[in-house]
Design a protein around this ligand. Structure first.
Ligand SMILES: [Zn+2]
Ligand SMILES: [Zn+2]
Length: 407
């Protein structure tokens, strides 16, 4: 006998919700899934009206669903956000080039502007060429560091206030387990935060922090969203792989395990005697960094000098030693000097001022020019300079209508 939906008691239940085990209908699933994301956004005050928000878009299921849901919620609840798709092209042939085609289709499907920044363009090195130089073992380190900075660079190019990423509850729970197993307390403290400061200027958050991966896949499938589902062709992060399998086993026995781990992680406090790094700026590129050179600059330096181990060195001191010992400078000559962050921040600031000026201008009542409407305080004619020449400015006569009639 067909079951009724446990939420609306009306339609036929067609699925069992992974997070709660409830048997519900399609429409109720969409509604509860979207509403939980909305609640996460509102409860954590992720945005304010007028914010320019970039969606980190890879073409994969998480970010595709995120783009769709962000657009839906922005319209439904009038968040007043300007949404953008922001993609990073790591330069991995057969993987990222295909997934970027998906993002380009999403751009059309959702009507959102898209910016793609590439490792090649930013650093002079694509992941393909990095793997050629360092092998398959440590390339994830390069990719992770470069991606983080690339997103911040893209965000400044678009003058964004905020970036959202598709990290889901499974990702967060995995990271908590990994940091716990490694005893990495500073990271354990940070990894449960829903908003993290990227560049230190642009906030970054995870609206899917409490959304189960299985439900994201289900949502994408039932909504027929267009996404790309191939894994990265280079070596996966082995340690995370173990944490993932362990988590899947726990979820199988007890579906609430994922949320339980997140709540436990949130409740753990980093003891005050744990040394947290103090943050300054990289001498070379201006990115936020706890050392003289940021991780990306050290990795680039290593690549250029033919000492790729440099950036993977255990400590900053070890890295300095490696650099000092490497007398022969084997420049690969690939690197482009990454644009300094101060310059990017300056440009973003200039763009912001220009936008604000434009907002203050209005269209001329006569023609559609937008040049001069409020040239002086009293000038509320709403006429552009050329239209005004043929009439008189409202400073001389308080009523523009009169002017219009007189001419
Ligand atoms: Zn229902
Ligand atoms: Zn740097």
């Amino acid at each position: 006998m067909p079951r009724q939906c446990e939420i609306c008691n009306n339609a036929r239940a067609i699925l069992r919700r992974p997070k709660t085990g409830q048997r519900i209908c399609n429409e109720c699933f969409f509604y509860v899934f979207e509403t939980e994301i909305h609640n996460t956004i509102v409860d954590n005050k992720l945005f304010k009206p007028g914010d320019r928000v970039g969606i980190g878009a890879s073409g994969g299921k998480d970010s595709t669903v995120l783009a769709y849901v962000m657009k839906t919620l922005n319209n439904r609840y009038n968040y007043g956000l300007d949404l953008y798709l922001l993609s990073v092209d790591e330069g991995i042939s057969g993987y990222r080039d295909d997934s970027l085609e998906t993002v380009k289709r999403n751009k059309e499907q959702y009507g959102l502007p898209l910016l793609i920044v590439s490792y090649e363009q930013l650093y002079g090195w694509s992941m393909d060429s990095i793997v050629e130089a360092v092998g398959r073992k440590n390339n994830c380190t390069f990719c992770g560091v470069f991606r983080r900075q690339a997103l911040d660079r893209g965000a400044l190019m678009l003058d964004l206030d905020h970036i959202v990423t598709g990290h889901n509850a499974d990702d967060v729970a995995e990271t908590i387990l990994m940091n716990l197993f490694r005893g990495d307390l500073p990271r354990l403290g940070r990894c449960t935060e829903i908003v993290t400061a990227g560049d230190g200027y642009i906030g970054r958050s995870k609206p899917f922090k409490y959304a189960y991966e299985k439900e994201i896949v289900m949502y994408a499938y039932l909504k027929h969203l267009d996404y790309f589902s191939t894994e990265c062709t280079y070596s996966p992060n082995a340690y995370r792989g173990y944490a993932r399998e362990f988590l899947k086993d726990l979820e199988f026995v007890r579906p609430s395990a994922i949320l339980d781990i997140i709540h436990s992680g949130e409740a753990m406090q980093v003891a005050s005697d744990v040394q947290l790094p103090t943050l300054a700026h990289c001498e070379r590129c201006g990115y936020i960094s706890s050392n003289a050179l940021c991780k990306a600059c050290i990795l680039l330096e290593g690549l250029e000098r033919g000492v790729p181990k440099l950036g993977i060195a255990k400590s900053a001191r070890h890295a300095q030693e490696l650099l000092a010992n490497e007398s022969a400078m084997k420049s690969a000559g690939k690197a482009v000097e990454p644009v300094h962050f101060e310059l990017l921040r300056g440009k973003a600031q200039a763009m912001r001022e220009q936008r604000q000026m434009k907002e203050q201008q209005q269209e001329c009542h006569d023609c559609t020019a937008t040049s001069c409407a409020f040239a002086c305080d009293d000038d509320a004619t709403g006429l552009c300079s050329s239209s005004k020449e043929t009439r008189r400015c409202a400073c001389a006569d308080s009523n523009a209508e009169t002017n219009a009639a007189a001419s």
